[in-house]
Design a protein around this ligand. Structure first.
Ligand code: BT5
Length: 324
């Protein structure tokens, strides 16, 4: 259910051009005028700029460039994704909270975001640097009715969503490096971590974690990442509103995901290959048994990497060490 706070923000947003009186707010929301006044003070603490004029009422002037449940919800044009948002200023990892929430029956579409993660996670216990206020550190809970072995398709889907937002909204030309890195000029700008709880033929829930570097200058990155990572600001020379980018990601994700559930993976696959890093070019592959070079041909329906064996047959690789 929509909280009184977000209803209040909606009302103020819809009446942006004019003042709305305390009396009418209290009638519409069914709460006292002093309760309205308390909510207004809370919104100001969140960073909203609200003008209050004695015979006229309230008017919203500006919203904060600070994440909160309200700022992300304000103006969010999704049907179900992000209808419930849990925001933390500082947390070990949004993935951990998302797992706890999902186990406690949180609905699909629940979003966890944090300003900072102190133990952000990559794949196979690698770290994800998540410095305060600089990027989007977000996990979403999904409950798709798909076969568990199709879940890796969701990682590829998410990568195309991020690439679409970066191309269409930010206006840069990203590449997707198999399986889950978003690159700009050969440096990593975003990573995706998909985790799930499932039985043999049923998914209980999927958690998709997105880490996207947004307003980092080079000095905001740890030294070890400065040669291999980048941010939207480093590529565009300007600051971006995190809230706007999150909304773009959520809207694009919802549309793409619904389309995928209805029509399957083939469109995503095509799109992915359009963004694919080094498609058609030679890569160096290393398995436990051998090392060889072969062209990267594309991806399969279940997200495997399509290439040639050392003897020239087309093969699918699910995991291998690849030197790009
Ligand atoms: C990933 O892992 O790329 C998945 C990252 C997912 C992060 C999100 S943030 C929200 C949610 N909560 C979490 O705790 N995690 C998810 P992987 O492919 O394993 O890449 C990890 C490697 O990327 C590290 O070993 C570093 O080399 C590099 N790296 C770490 N932090 C980075 C950053 N901020 N930007 C670019 N590269 C980074």
């Amino acid at each position: 259910m929509q909280s009184t706070r977000s209803k209040l923000i909606d009302l103020l947003e819809k009446n942006k051009e004019q003042y709305i009186s305390g009396q009418s707010l209290s009638e519409v929301l069914g709460i006292s005028r002093s309760a309205i006044w308390k909510h207004m003070n809370e919104l100001k603490k969140d960073g909203y700029i609200i003008e209050a004029k004695s015979n006229k009422g309230y008017r919203i002037i500006d919203f904060p460039n600070k994440l909160s449940e309200n700022t992300v919800k304000w103006g969010l044009r999704t049907k179900w994704l992000g209808k419930r948002i849990i925001h933390h200023e500082s947390i070990a990892s949004t993935q951990t909270i998302a797992h706890d929430e999902a186990r406690n029956n949180a609905p699909g579409g629940t979003i966890i975001i944090a300003d900072e993660q102190t133990k952000g996670r990559g794949r196979i216990a690698r770290n994800w640097d998540s410095s305060k206020g600089k990027g989007i550190w977000l996990s979403m809970i999904l409950r798709p009715e798909i076969q568990p072995h199709h879940a890796p398709q969701l990682t590829l889907l998410t990568a195309t969503v991020l690439a679409d937002v970066l191309s269409n909204y930010v206006d840069i030309n990203p590449k997707i490096k198999w399986p889950n890195d978003i690159l700009m000029n050969n440096k990593k700008m975003a990573g995706i971590l998909t985790e799930m709880q499932a039985e043999q033929d049923q998914i209980w829930y999927v958690i998709i974690g997105i880490g996207l570097n947004v307003n980092h200058s080079i000095d905001d990155l740890p030294e070890g990442l400065r040669n291999i990572a980048t941010s939207i600001k480093m590529e565009t020379s300007k600051e971006w509103l995190l809230k706007d980018l999150i909304q773009e990601i959520l809207v694009t994700f919802e549309r793409t995901y619904e389309d995928y559930l209805e029509n399957g993976f083939s469109e995503i696959k095509q799109k992915w290959e359009g963004y694919g890093f080094k498609i058609g070019q030679e890569i160096a592959i290393k398995t436990l048994k051998e090392e060889w070079k072969a062209p990267f041909l594309g991806i399969t329906d279940d997200g495997a990497l399509l290439t040639k064996s050392s003897s020239g047959e087309t093969i699918e690789l699910y995991s291998a060490e690849i030197d790009w």
